[in-house]
Unconditional design. Structure first.
Length: 217
């Protein structure tokens, strides 16, 4: 099924604070997706979803039924499955040909859930651009086809976190520049770089990394 909207806002079931929600800057034409208990976050902020998806073991049953009765699309998955509800939601959005996907509620709660949420961009290349937002960072997924290019205030902190081996990493606008660098997962060479020009770019030849822009420096 194709969706007519080009940006999806995905509410997952982790912690969601006001800073992340403000940074998301949700617009009237965004496609709102609630992944299981993420429905509680959306409803708490008066946001009606277009799609709810999951095995629904964490959302309130009354809320699930209430939004379903208003005509909101619902996709049910079994509790016994080989992928998380969030992974299945990302695959669904790939099928709907979204141009950008923004994830909220992906940090906090159980450590294992949070770590798996943040590793999902490394699973496979997707046609859409992806951002992950929490109370401390605005993270942009960077690969060869999707470089990072953003206007930022000098002095802001930005970290480059490889999710796989990355090669050919070249940056512009950062105090500690990289040129055709190779970075392995676990390396801290990309930690806490400093914006030194209005425009920051990060490009690479292979692999995938997160460009984590700190909300506060």
């Amino acid at each position: 099924m194709a969706a007519c909207k080009s940006r999806a806002i995905v509410f997952a079931n982790g912690e969601l604070g006001t800073l992340a929600l403000q940074c998301a800057d949700i617009q009237a034409d965004d496609f709102i997706v609630c992944v299981d208990g993420g429905l509680e976050h959306a409803l708490a902020h008066g946001i009606k979803p277009h799609l709810i998806i999951g095995d629904f073991d964490s959302a309130e049953s009354d809320n699930i039924e209430a939004v379903s009765q208003t005509g909101v699309e619902r996709i049910n998955h079994p509790a016994n499955k080989d992928a998380s509800d969030l992974e299945l939601a990302l695959e669904e959005l790939q099928q709907r040909k979204m141009e950008e996907v923004l994830l909220l509620g992906i940090s906090g709660g159980r450590t294992d859930h949070g770590l798996f949420n943040w590793m999902l961009p490394a699973l496979k290349a997707r046609a859409y651009r992806m951002r992950l937002l929490d109370e401390t960072v605005d993270a942009h997924v960077v690969n060869r086809a999707q470089p990072f290019n953003m206007i930022l205030q000098p002095g802001r902190l930005i970290s480059l976190l490889p999710l796989r081996d990355v090669t050919g990493v070249t940056t512009d606008g950062l105090e500690y520049a990289l040129s055709d660098a190779t970075i392995k997962p676990g390396s801290t060479i990309g930690l806490s770089n400093v914006v030194c020009a209005d425009n920051v770019t990060v490009e690479l030849v292979s692999g995938v990394l997160l460009a984590l822009v700190n909300h506060k420096s």
